[in-house]
Design a protein around this ligand. Structure first.
Ligand SMILES: [Zn+2]
Length: 435
């Protein structure tokens, strides 16, 4: 999510609400956002206004004395926003919404286990559950504030039979955690169809709040480096496909990496944490000969991409993504079977599986197992990895991987999948020259 430091709270609320609504993470009537200002006033979305058409002037300010200023009354859930701010001086912004997957958890009185992905654990911590109370009531405010006052200082609280509340030091932090929590919840719902999802044990969790399992590359400075037109073209292409991936929920706003080769030993890669919905050509980080541009922050998966490019000159692009259905397989011992439709087998052959341990360090396992003819892998507790000859090629294979996973999971309600036979796959191999 973009750094909002220079935007007025009204504009931050409008932009964040638009994004939540566009991604189907709220209904027009459900959900409200607020930001605390330096005078202890609270800027909050208004009551009874279409969330799909919220304008800056619709946002209301409630002073520390409780007086509302604006065109509309404040959200009916203002009491719980105020109660959280009073209980937690470290909180500067709050998101409340009814996103589909988290609402399912709330209806069952459960919270998603964020230990399924290192990133969700780092961003969301351990969510708590607040017991049901009447919406808009002081009682609901007291129950939510009590959950937020827990000694674990939670960021995320699921409201029983209602929705979720996510708090952050600012709106960018709250939105990133909100999006990651809904992603974990949605992935878990799919993964549970494959059996009890696996979670990371405490010894495997990253130390110091980081979420990396990857090696860090060294920095380097290149005096007077000339940027080629090929590099300019690749930068533009990567940005376009990252935005497309974000719109299709294949990556989240700050999580997921895309890179493209621009030379024998050089490639450009997405930066760490920068908003995937607003990425520009100049934001990508240049990497050459195992070093990245001084002063920049490449995606954490940079060492993995570097190892794959070094081992496979024919690979031109690599993507780490978090498609909801394919990522469910990263929490299961079930393997994603491509011998289900010709499209999957022809473009992906068999899907690789890299254990959590195999993804770390030098990326040597990825370099050994990935190839243009077998370009996809499910990464245990880390989504998926897909390579291709070009950016379009990698993106296309990512979509095929996700649509195959979605179809397999949907078959759970239809009956057993009838798999393609050995003869059928051999026939495909011969017809399409698959090696
Ligand atoms: Zn609500």
């Amino acid at each position: 999510m973009r750094n909002f430091a220079w935007q007025h709270p009204r504009d931050q609320i409008v932009e964040t609400m638009a994004r939540i609504y566009a991604h189907d993470m709220t209904t027009t009537s459900g959900g409200n956002l607020s930001i605390r200002d330096e005078k202890e006033g609270v800027w909050i979305s208004p009551a009874r206004v279409d969330k799909g058409r919220l304008r800056a002037e619709d946002v209301v300010r409630v002073s520390s004395g409780g007086e509302a200023e604006g065109l509309h009354p404040p959200s009916s859930e203002f009491p719980f926003h105020r109660a959280i701010y009073e209980a937690r001086p470290d909180v500067g912004a709050i998101i409340h919404a009814h996103p589909g997957a988290l609402v399912s958890f709330s209806m069952c009185g459960q919270v998603p286990d964020t230990r399924v992905f290192p990133e969700t654990y780092a961003l969301c911590g351990k969510p708590l559950l607040a017991p049901y109370a009447l919406p808009g009531s002081q009682a609901l405010g007291a129950k939510i504030a009590s959950a937020f006052s827990d000694k674990t200082r939670p960021k995320c609280v699921v409201l029983e039979n209602h929705g979720v509340v996510v708090a952050g030091k600012d709106m960018a932090e709250a939105f990133t955690a909100f999006e990651a929590l809904e992603f974990a919840a949605a992935t878990l719902l799919h993964a549970k169809k494959l059996g009890e999802p696996k979670v990371l044990e405490s010894k495997e969790k990253p130390k110091g709040g980081g979420a990396s399992v990857f090696r860090v590359l060294p920095e380097a400075e290149w005096d007077g480096r000339k940027v080629s037109n090929l590099e300019r073209e690749r930068r533009k292409e990567v940005c376009e496909f990252v935005r497309r991936a974000y719109d299709h929920r294949l990556v989240t706003s700050g999580w997921g990496s895309f890179s493209a080769r621009v030379g024998e030993e050089a490639f450009v890669i997405t930066p760490r944490h920068l908003d995937r919905a607003n990425l520009w050509a100049e934001d990508l980080v240049y990497v050459e000969g195992g070093c990245f541009e001084k002063g920049r922050q490449p995606s954490r998966a940079v060492s993995l991409h570097e190892a794959v490019y070094r081992a496979h000159p024919e690979i031109g692009a690599i993507v780490n993504a978090l498609p909801l259905h394919a990522s469910a397989f990263s929490l299961s011992d079930e393997r994603l079977d491509t011998k289900t439709i010709p499209e999957s087998y022809v473009f992906l052959k068999e899907v690789n599986w890299f254990s959590f341990k195999e993804q770390g360090e030098k990326g040597e396992v990825a370099a050994r197992k990935l190839s243009v003819s077998q370009p996809a892998a499910v990464l245990e507790h880390n989504g998926v990895l897909v390579a291709g000859r070009s950016v379009l090629d990698a993106f296309d294979r990512l979509e095929i991987l996700e649509s195959t996973a979605m179809a397999i999971l949907r078959c759970q309600t239809l009956g057993p999948v009838s798999k393609m036979t050995e003869d059928m796959t051999r026939e495909l191999e011969e017809a399409f020259g698959i090696v």
